[in-house]
Design a binder for this molecule. Structure first.
Ligand code: NAD
Length: 299
């Protein structure tokens, strides 16, 4: 974390007044005072589902870096979750709670215990999810595996929004809810039908929830990452992280320094959780991928 535009050269057209003038001031502050905007989540209380691994675990670390007051890691991998919570040490109050997001009772008590312990809930990151192992086309569609996938990827997100939303409404707090969808939701994929359906549903769910909770000042948004070499993706593709990154770096149009990593997804989550996005709701952030363009096959 550093001053965000320090050293950069910028042109701002219409910079003499209004939004342009405010941006000039913002750029100056970010360049001149590196520490001024460092801690974006000072004192906030957050729950991160699926927080024991991959994108969720990276977000736990970044929330702590940004001064979160308390983080509750909710997952079903108890050992990993406990270890991660302990590793956050004295950076903030970080605890682990066993919570299977497919069990409504688990999610309800997760939120209730957070409120009991920390007095409120400011941020709910609904991130728990699984990838599809079947890679099925519609001709191979398998109802039981679809039901299992939907129970976690869609039902689990709905339950998380429901109980977090209820707590935020009751406390009249202007909370932020962020869900992990996927670039899969933007693809007319030739395989992976059930996963694509599940992540499209997460975006639809987010849009409904953002409309319904807007009158209470509660924001709901999504991040939709491109492929990130997390334990889940490595296992799913049966490949190492380096091979996955090299394969996908050839397929995406956005030329950047390196490839999409868990930290970049966590950066987007911090933005959506922070006051910097206080007027942003009902949005889905595609990461590393331009929807509507074909993948490139470069060698
Ligand atoms: P991961 O396996 O490293 O992390 C997912 C976590 O969710 C795990 O700790 C797992 O134990 C937990 N989880 C699974 N089922 C659960 C349940 N029923 N209740 C509570 N926790 C449960 O995988 P990841 O890649 O970090 O995935 C995180 C999210 O990102 C998922 O929703 C996934 O679909 C999405 N995503 C991943 C990628 C990618 O390429 N890795 C891309 C786009 C979206």
């Amino acid at each position: 974390m550093s001053n965000k535009v320090g050293g950069k050269v910028a042109i701002i057209t219409g910079g003499a007044s209004g939004i342009g003038e405010a941006t000039v001031r913002g750029f100056v502050i970010h360049g001149a005072h590196p520490k001024a905007y460092n801690k974006k989540l000072q004192g906030k209380v957050a729950i991160i589902t699926g927080g024991a691994s991959g994108i969720g675990a990276a977000t736990v670390h970044l929330f702590a870096d940004h001064g979160a007051g308390a983080i509750v890691i909710a997952d079903i991998q108890d050992e990993k979750g406990e270890e991660l919570a302990a590793s956050i040490g004295d950076r903030c109050a970080c605890t682990y709670v066993h919570c299977d997001v497919t069990k409504e009772q688990d999610v309800e008590s997760l939120v209730q215990s957070t409120i009991r312990l920390h007095g409120r809930l400011d941020i709910m990151f609904c991130n728990a999810g699984i990838l599809s192992r079947s890679m099925q086309t519609i001709l191979e569609f398998d109802l039981p595996s679809y039901e299992k996938l939907f129970a976690i990827n869609v039902g689990g997100v709905a339950a998380s929004i429901k109980y977090a939303g209820q707590a935020m409404v009751k406390a009249s707090s202007r909370g932020s809810i962020i869900c992990t969808a996927s670039i899969a939701a933007g693809l007319a994929s030739d395989r992976n039908t059930d996963y694509v359906m599940s992540k499209s549903s997460v975006i639809a769910l987010m849009r409904c929830a953002s409309t319904q909770l807007a009158p209470n000042g509660i924001r709901v948004n999504c991040v939709s990452p491109g492929p990130v070499a997390t334990p889940a993706l490595c296992e799913n593709l049966g490949m190492g992280a380096d091979d996955i990154e090299s394969m996908f770096s050839r397929m995406f149009r956005l030329k950047n320094d390196g490839v999409l990593k868990v930290k970049h997804v966590a950066d987007a989550v911090v933005f959506l959780a922070s006051e910097e996005s206080q007027f942003i709701t009902g949005h889905n952030l595609w990461l590393s991928f331009v929807v509507g363009t074909p993948l490139l096959c470069r060698h």
